[in-house]
Design a protein around this ligand. Sequence first.
Ligand SMILES: Cc1cc2nc3c(=O)[nH]c(=O)nc-3n(C[C@H](O)[C@H](O)[C@H](O)COP(=O)(O)OP(=O)(O)OC[C@H]3O[C@@H](n4cnc5c(N)ncnc54)[C@H](O)[C@@H]3O)c2cc1C
Length: 333
Amino acid sequence: MTDWPELAVEIAENILFPVADSVDVDGEIPASHFDALAADGFYGLTAPDSGVTPNVLVEVLETLCGGCLATTFTWMQHLGVLARLAGSENVEMKESCLPGLVAGEVRAGAAFTGAIPVPPTLWARRVDNGYVLDGVSPFVTGWGLVDVLQVSARDEFDDSVVHAILPATDGPGITAELLPLIAANGSNTVRLTFDGAEVPDASVSGIESSESFGESQLFGQWMTGCLAMGVARRCIRELEELGADVDAFEDQAWRVRLDLDAGLERSSGLSEARARASELAIRVAAALVTATGSSSIVGSNTAERLMREATFTMVAAGQPSIKTALLARLTRS
Ligand SMILES: Cc1cc2nc3c(=O)[nH]c(=O)nc-3n(C[C@H](O)[C@H](O)[C@H](O)COP(=O)(O)OP(=O)(O)OC[C@H]3O[C@@H](n4cnc5c(N)ncnc54)[C@H](O)[C@@H]3O)c2cc1C
């Protein structure tokens, strides 16, 4: 049986972390990073028969986020798409797409943010043999790095959520605008505008009710807690190497992880745990900058990169309840 956490440590320490600073400076992720993840089977982690438990999944994600946030953030979008497609009722699409996705030969990104707000920013209008999409998906990671994109939009007629798998390229009615990020810039995150983009029924992977879509966000919220935890754990290790006493931070990391997992299990308290994870990442990154000293503000270096990455975790994959909880923590007396 594959020891996924052990394999993740090998990739994080031997492939990702050694070049994470230069990936950050260049704003470009080497293709070899994604190839290494594919070669070891990481693109198939959320396939139904992978045997990977949630506990193993978070351990892997935290480790890889601490190796290179840009690479891991880009790659992990694929995991949600794979899991959703595995449950799709579009049997033909499932049969033709799943093997390539599991093997990492076909790499996926996700554009679900346009379907979330009320009112949504991306609409789907039913036409003969398919849908037409209009609006905006404000953040889409992996443009130019992934092959296909799962786009989610609200049906303007009945408020259900339409999911479609489309080629991840500019095309008729689809325009991408690259967003310069302060961290994980190599993730090639874009704002996608849809202007009458046609989606044939064969590309529709699923249609679900608003309630079901809302419930399905919980797992993603829990999973993306790994961004902050991975950055925090890397900072703790770096601090330890500088000779700092990290016992209190390790204890806090352990407690936040327990609360994240409990939040998923009980379907409550997850936003508060996500806020605590980001607050921890910010505090431990600040401690790392302080312990490193003035050299951390000269040019680019690991400490300042991790500080920016900790900031990234405060809003990326955020939602209003996490924002409220985090603001409450940051502004408390
Ligand atoms: C760098 C980066 C990359 C990203 N990449 C992707 C990606 O690849 N794919 C993707 O789909 N998204 C992506 N996102 C979007 C991300 O998932 C969150 O939606 C986004 O970070 C929230 O931004 P915000 O803090 O401005 O939103 P908020 O201020 O939290 O919310 C913005 C609006 O959306 C509404 N809203 C947001 N979430 C919810 C919710 N859960 N329930 C109800 N209403 C809600 C709010 O009411 C508000 O109207 C990315 C974000 C960033 C910053």
